[in-house]
Design a protein around this ligand. Structure first.
Ligand SMILES: [Zn+2]
Length: 227
């Protein structure tokens, strides 16, 4: 598996990470680090990296194919079953698996699009419960909350329009993440930038932010253990 090595002038340590959506392995290190040094770091981190990579591929739908695969919903991993039908496309979560029905000949993209319809429905179902809670916690209110496919961010806030955008990918994450991201975006209505004041406000309204961040990064979620 190829590893991208980036040299950075102002770095102190060797850092290695897995980059969504394709799970590329990227190692960054200061100039002057010998290859055997970064290779040793890589070797030690390898099992952890591969586990993280598997989760990322699953989160990003990279392992979906017409033969099936796995997908996530609200933090849990489900077997994805694909059936081909001439009737309308459909995706639903049922009896421990996610069923996707698509027209014969459909490829990964159609299956994924169908899954995103499910994510949109799930988020629309969850929002009426979670949004008022976030507004109550922060005392802030957006004019509008909208959903779309976003690959690199979980949410964004148009401050002038007081409009919050949420990524459909949030339906793959534990429900707490949805609450955390909404609070983050609401706080932008007070503070545009990610200043220390901004983070202090988010931490005040959502004290368990570190756990939510970890789940968003792809740390495994144990639904039984989750708070
Ligand atoms: Zn932000």
């Amino acid at each position: 598996m190829p590893v991208q090595v980036i040299r950075r002038p102002r770095m102190k340590n060797i850092r290695v990470r897995v980059v969504p959506p394709r799970g590329d392995i990227v190692l960054s290190c200061p100039f002057g680090v010998r290859s055997y040094e970064w290779q040793a770091v890589l070797r030690e981190a390898w099992p952890r990296l591969m586990a993280a990579r598997n989760r990322i591929l699953q989160d990003c739908g990279e392992n979906i194919s017409p033969a099936g695969g796995r997908c996530r919903l609200w933090g849990r991993s489900y077997e994805l079953r694909v059936v081909f039908t001439e009737r309308a496309s459909l995706a639903r979560c049922t009896e421990g698996h996610v069923l996707v029905a698509v027209p014969p000949g459909s490829g990964r993209e159609q299956i994924e699009a169908c899954l995103y319809d499910l994510y949109r429905r799930e988020l629309n179902r969850a929002l009426p419960g979670i949004l008022p809670l976030c507004e109550k916690l922060t005392g802030l209110k957006a004019k509008e909350v909208r959903l779309k496919r976003m690959q690199t961010r979980w949410g964004s806030c148009n401050i002038r329009e007081r409009r919050i955008w949420l990524s459909l990918n949030l339906a793959k994450k534990p429900p707490q993440c949805l609450q955390y991201v909404i609070i983050h975006e609401l706080v932008h209505l007070l503070e545009k930038n990610h200043t220390p004041e901004f983070h202090a406000l988010v931490a005040k309204f959502y004290p368990d932010w570190q756990q939510a961040e970890a789940w968003l990064r792809g740390e495994p979620y144990d639904a039984g253990k989750g708070k």
